[in-house]
Ligand binder design. Sequence first.
Ligand code: ATP
Length: 240
Amino acid sequence: MNASLELKDVQTGYGLIQAVRGASFAVRRGSVTALLGNNGAGKSTLLKTVMGLIPGQPQKGEILLDGERINGMDTESIVRLGVSYVPENRAVFHQLSVQDNLIMGAHVRKDRRALKTDLERIYEFFPILADRVNQPAGTLSGGEQQMLAISRAMMSRPRLLLLDEPSLGLSPFLVRKIFHIIRIIRNQGVTILLVEQNVRKALAIADYALVMESGRLVSAGPSTDLKNDPRIKDFYLGLN
Ligand code: ATP
């Protein structure tokens, strides 16, 4: 398989708390792969570990980006290699303007001239951000902040985008919009690993899905298979 990201027996957590107890899976290049599971299953911890955000983690195992080992690298180097991350809490810089937030997202890039083109593309795509270029990001609504967070992550021109619960707390209209954006980003050739509570929407957009329970991977496969898996239906979709 043509893997963008591959995890081999990754164990990770916080000090003595082992949140993930040996996860092995691959994210196929160009795919949207959904990472599903209950609260506390270890999904966010996995994404943070891939980004090198938890000091000293993973305790064990290997994380490969296009075949190259990235565990043990600092976050900035991982971003430079082409991985971008949108955390669960959106984490935009509240005091900075919309434009400055976007420019921060491009700080690892050398091709400063292309920056202007990328900003224009984002404003064209999100007229709401264009209307608010000079406004502090903290004054935006939750949905607008999420659009800004995703746009900022795209400013580093990633090959792999990690999204943690992008639809959380948004209205159905904005959830549709965010999923539409995810589709467009995928169509640009970016591989996406998506942690989502909205299982129905996640399975609708994803090519593949992984299911975690209590720090372990319990299911993995094409999302069409998972949609028809009685356990998944019963537990996550409430269809049985
Ligand atoms: P959620 O949807 O609630 O974010 P999750 O699947 O992403 O769930 P994690 O946030 O990765 O789960 O949490 C996995 C485990 O690690 C949980 O038991 C949680 O309590 C613990 N945990 C998470 N963050 C920390 C932290 N900063 N320090 C200590 N333990 C933590």
